[in-house]
Design a protein around this ligand. Structure first.
Ligand SMILES: NC(=O)c1ccc[n+]([C@@H]2O[C@H](COP(=O)([O-])OP(=O)(O)OC[C@H]3O[C@@H](n4cnc5c(N)ncnc54)[C@H](O)[C@@H]3O)[C@@H](O)[C@H]2O)c1
Length: 282
């Protein structure tokens, strides 16, 4: 019998996770709070499957079968018999706490509860449940159907068995996992990109090199697909300022102290591609 996955939140990440899991044969319950959000989520899944079919990467019948395995609902009770639950709602601890409290009461005992958080310590999320050993981070990357990585995060009390189940789930969707053994702020990936962006912004701020040359150094010197300042513009200077500020607060490690330039850019609204101006004009 197919195993059952519940995804909480049908936004960018939740719909992507539902998409790859359904394609891998999981029965998926996709839960959001409004019909509008559910429609947007399922529409984006359909559009994405259509693109894979048009490119000849997925058979039309497989896409239809995968779509049929997804049930979109606003009823939280529908997740009760899931084997794996992945939460992908807004990056706010209070919102995640409310959901994990409810899931803990509702979902069957053997199930694992995963969060797709990009930076909130898993231990903080797990603390409101009676099963912190069964709570784990499954950090997928955007766009989920294209990106190969899933960063698995062990909370302070996460069991080996839970980590193994999370790995099995992520690998079943075609992803490759890395394991974050200690629940540090920003995990491995957000720490790495934050350190690189902070140093790149400091070099730029102090006039050591132009934005173009700093990015070229990473592209041509290290083979990065995109330079750190172009990445900051794509992700949003505001998002990275927030992420690196959080890591700095938690770790008190000076290398994550956001440069003043990033604060002023955010104050001025120059947050990157979203606003038309960041380190570059778009
Ligand atoms: N966007 C990214 O590139 C990215 C990458 C990796 C991880 N993440 C993380 O994934 C999570 C989701 O991010 P996103 O970009 O998909 O957000 P999003 O804003 O696209 O979607 C969030 C969804 O959660 C829904 N929601 C809110 N409260 C809910 C509730 N109580 N029950 C069910 N649904 C609820 C909202 O209606 C919305 O549809 C966040 O923790 C984020 O940090 C995001």
């Amino acid at each position: 019998m197919a195993r059952k996955l519940a995804v909480i939140g049908a936004g960018l990440m939740g719909s992507g996770i539902a998409q790859v899991a359904a394609q891998a044969g999981w029965e998926v319950v996709l839960r959001d709070v409004t019909d509008e959000a559910l429609r947007r989520g399922t529409d984006s899944i359909r559009t994405s499957y259509d693109k894979f079919v048009a490119k000849g990467k997925l058979a039309a019948e497989e896409a239809d079968a995968a779509l049929a395995r997804i049930t979109a609902t606003s009823d939280l009770e529908a997740v009760a018999d899931a084997d794996v639950v992945v939460e992908a709602v807004f990056e706010k601890l209070e919102v995640k706490h409310e959901i994990f409290r409810a899931l803990d009461k509702l979902v069957k005992d053997g199930a694992i509860l995963a969060s797709n958080t990009s930076a909130i310590p898993i231990t903080k999320i797990a603390a409101v449940t009676e099963r912190p050993e069964r709570v784990v981070g499954t950090h997928f990357f955007s766009p989920v159907p294209m990106m190969q990585l899933c960063e698995l995060v062990r909370g302070y009390k996460t069991s080996d068995e839970t980590l193994a189940t999370a790995r099995e789930f992520a690998e079943s969707t075609g992803k490759t996992c890395i394991v974050v053994n200690r629940d540090v702020a920003g995990f491995v990936t957000t720490r790495l990109i934050s350190a690189l962006v902070v140093e790149a912004a400091k070099l730029y701020e102090s006039g050591v090199a132009t934005a173009e040359d700093i990015d070229l150094a990473c592209k041509l010197g290290f083979g990065h697909a995109m330079g750190p300042l172009a990445t900051a513009d794509l992700t949003g200077v505001d998002i990275l300022l927030h992420a690196t500020g959080n890591i700095y607060t938690e770790s008190q490690d000076e290398k994550f102290a956001p440069p003043e330039l990033m604060r002023r850019m955010v104050d001025a609204g120059d947050i990157g591609r979203k606003s038309g101006q960041g380190f570059y004009k778009h």
